[in-house]
Design a protein around this ligand. Structure first.
Ligand code: SF4
Ligand code: SF4
Length: 711
């Protein structure tokens, strides 16, 4: 056999051996994780997601310039796989072509087109990396904290693949070995330049370039297996095994919890205290991260100077996973628990301030191009901290006790749950036994809307709108209790399950079938989390119902409101549950409302800072998230900031007051805005309605909760 074959196959064998050993090591490491049930169920949905997200590069294309560049690189390498076959064929036979398609002009064109497209994309990546360099932009750069050196090496390696490819094709043309016509435009252009060197030199170039191409590709394979570019191989597996339709909405379901299991049963894992407590899918997430920083760039915690970056969190856990490899391979979990001291992830790997900064807003999950499930991992670590170590911010303890003892986070108790209906000029039925047949909906009011003076205004306006449209509804009143969202997001899964089971029993006992929720957190929990515990109800958010009533002509907005409105997307309504259009459609239906969008809206909406149980935690690191969001809202020039969530309303209203803008800008629930528009007399722009002005005053002096914990 000629020397070129020995060299080519020798390089390939060595590189494949090194990469194969590494992949086997990774396989053992990842499969050391806990089970992740259901990750192969509903294959058609998973295959569709794979085709759209990996094949179609859907998420990446949302970032126009880098997305297009990445898509061309991905598609390019898919097509250029043909050239790899051709390079290996050439080792054996200099005029090799792929049987069947290997002489088609179109294939030659496609190969050249994508070779050039990849080169152009690489130039774009260089530009992006220079422009967004952490050296220039500091923490504002999405690459801050990423392994940027490795990224440059990858760009160099890909350039090497393409350049050696074009050289061997050009030399093949000049030596009469090229199987394609001049549709292979780039190869022919380079051949024209190399032609004066003569056939002998071109023959040498041909051999050297083919060997270089094989060496760079196989060397790249080895480099990939040791770097963040593992995603080239792991992303398709990670995407197809991700939670569907997405890892937003409800948290991943957990087994029924019993505190008696703690200590008695080593097999029961309460959250994640050590790396091996994560499921194999969560470990796969860690290995798949590309360090692109898209999650970091959208994270409200990171953007307001908190220590939490979802990217850095993933990278730190990944480092811990890799450094724990020997332990995971050699010891089983029981043995570790029995005799080996292993530091817990918090605080040895993840700082508590990082863990408790998360608002569960979902921006990271939304943005991640490889479908990493950050929130589930964060809540798993919180569960371990709360349930096993009893370590959590001290102010959260009061909220947990309040939910446990009084059924609401503020501890105001059941007695006040019906107060909000007292000022309505019609009767709201309170269910005592079962919901009467002539009542269509159960209105799940939620703790904030029932107990907070400002949020009550939204509940009252919603009730009036429903009444006006002839929608029959009743409330649970004193039978209603916290859905458990704040305690679950804080990590107290045990208390959540208690709350959920009590509420499900109540809802079933009164015969609830159709539920309206004004609070997106209640909406999310009732619709997406209760089914795993046996509670199956048809749940609608009030913004969806109002939109339906307006479109059906049962509510006709009038000229009562004239002004400019900006709508703030509540994370648990928008990103978590994809309710983006309905609230905007209600505002659009108001003749006098000029709707303006904030730059960060819809899927990229910026959190108010209250989710993930942050509503009840001090915020003494960095800038307050609600201040950041409100500044953006004020920047639109709107005189109304509308939203559809009592938490958001409280947070934004607080920030408007902190900016001393309450005389110019009102924070209104969608239902309040709609109700105002129904009035015949337009109000003057900028003047707060008597309702809202009094809401603010009573919010400060009233007996309701005082909103979020203040720094
Ligand atoms: S859920 Fe939101 S706050 Fe938490 S890490 Fe992700 S982007 Fe940051
Ligand atoms: S977690 Fe996802 S979005 Fe964040 S850096 Fe990694 S790959 Fe990028």
């Amino acid at each position: 056999m000629p020397l070129t074959i020995w060299i080519g196959l020798g390089i390939t064998f060595v590189m494949f051996a090194i990469a194969g050993r590494r992949f086997f090591w990774l396989f053992r490491l990842i499969t050391a994780g806990q089970p992740a049930p259901g990750r192969f169920k509903d294959l058609p949905t998973r295959i569709k997601a794979e085709l759209v997200e990996v094949g179609g590069q859907k998420k990446l294309l949302q970032w126009s310039v880098p997305g297009v560049a990445h898509a061309f690189t991905f598609w390019g390498f898919t097509i250029l796989f043909l050239t790899i076959i051709e390079a290996y064929g050439v080792l054996f036979q200099r005029d090799f072509h792929i049987p069947g398609i290997g002489t088609w002009s179109f294939i030659g064109f496609l190969e050249d087109f994508f070779a050039v497209a990849v080169l152009v994309s690489l130039a774009v990546f260089v530009g992006i990396r220079v422009k967004n360099s952490p050296k220039r932009e500091g923490k504002r750069s999405r690459f801050f904290g990423s392994h940027t050196g490795a990224a440059w090496l990858v760009l160099l390696a890909i350039s090497g693949v393409i350049i050696s490819l074009l050289f061997y094709r050009a030399a093949a043309i000049n030596t009469g070995n090229f199987p394609y016509t001049n549709w292979a435009f780039a190869s022919h252009a380079l051949a024209y330049l190399l032609h004066p060197l003569g056939e002998g030199v071109n023959s040498v170039i041909y051999t050297v370039a083919v060997l270089a191409n094989v060496a760079i590709i196989t060397g790249f394979l080895v480099f990939v297996s040791y770097s963040k570019h593992l995603h080239i191989f792991l992303a398709p597996i990670n995407v197809i095994t991700s939670r569907r339709p997405r890892a937003l909405g409800g948290l991943a379901s957990t087994p029924d919890m019993s505190m008696e299991d703690v200590g008695d049963n080593d097999e029961v894992v309460f959250g994640a205290g050590r790396i091996e407590d994560f499921s194999w899918k969560q470990l796969l997430d860690l290995a798949t991260c590309t360090e692109c920083g898209r999650c970091q760039s959208q994270c409200p915690a990171w953007n307001t100077g908190k220590p939490l970056s979802p990217k850095l969190l993933v990278m730190e856990l990944r480092d811990n996973l890799f450094s724990s490899a020997d332990r995971l391979a050699e010891q089983n979990r029981k043995y570790q628990l029995a005799g080996t001291e292993v530091d817990t992830l918090v605080p040895s790997v993840i700082d508590p301030d990082v863990l408790w900064s998360c608002t569960n807003c979902g921006a990271c999950v939304e943005e991640c191009p490889v479908d990493i499930e950050h929130i589930d991992a964060i809540v798993d670590m919180r569960r371990y901290e709360v349930l096993i170590e009893s370590r959590f911010p001290s102010e959260a303890g009061l909220m947990l006790r309040n939910v446990e003892n009084q059924g609401d986070p503020w501890g105001l108790g059941k007695a006040k749950r019906e107060d909000w209906i007292a000022s309505l000029d019609f009767e709201v039925p309170v269910v005592t036994d079962t919901i009467p047949d002539d009542i269509e909906y159960l209105y799940w009011v939620g703790c904030a809307a029932a107990l907070d003076e400002r949020a009550r205004k939204g509940a009252q306006a919603t009730a009036r709108m429903l009444h006006r449209a002839g929608v029959s509804f009743a409330i649970l009143g004193k039978k209603e209790s916290c859905t458990g969202d704040p305690v679950r997001r804080l990590g107290n899964e045990y208390l959540f399950q208690e709350q959920a089971q009590t509420n499900i029993a109540t809802l079933e006992s009164v015969g609830a079938k159709k539920i309206i929720a004004t609070c997106p957190h209640c909406f999310n929990t009732l619709a997406n989390e209760y089914p795993a515990l046996g509670g199956n109800f048809e749940v609608i958010h009030h913004s969806q119902l109002l939109d339906h009533l307006v479109s059906a002509g049962r509510l006709t907005p009038g000229g009562g409101y004239q002004g400019t409105v900006t709508y703030h997307d509540p994370c648990f309504l928008g990103r978590h549950n994809r309710v983006f259009d309905e609230p905007r459609s209600v505002i659009d239906a108001i003749p006098g409302a000029n709707q303006v969008e904030m730059k960060r809206c819809r899927e990229r909406g910026f959190c108010c800072g209250a989710g993930g149980s942050r509503m009840w935690l001090e915020e003494n690191l960095g800038k307050r998230v609600n201040m950041e969001r409100t500044e953006e809202a004020l920047g639109t020039g709107a005189d109304v900031v509308s939203t559809a969530c009592p938490y958001c309303m409280i947070m934004l209203d607080d920030a408007v007051r902190a900016h001393q803008k309450e005389d110019d800008v009102r924070v209104l629930d969608l239902s309040q805005l709609l109700e105002e528009s129904l009035d015949a007399e337009p109000v003057s722009v900028g003047a707060p309605s008597p309702d809202t002005a009094s809401a603010g005053e009573s919010g400060e002096a009233g007996d309701g909760p005082e909103g979020p914990a203040q720094a």
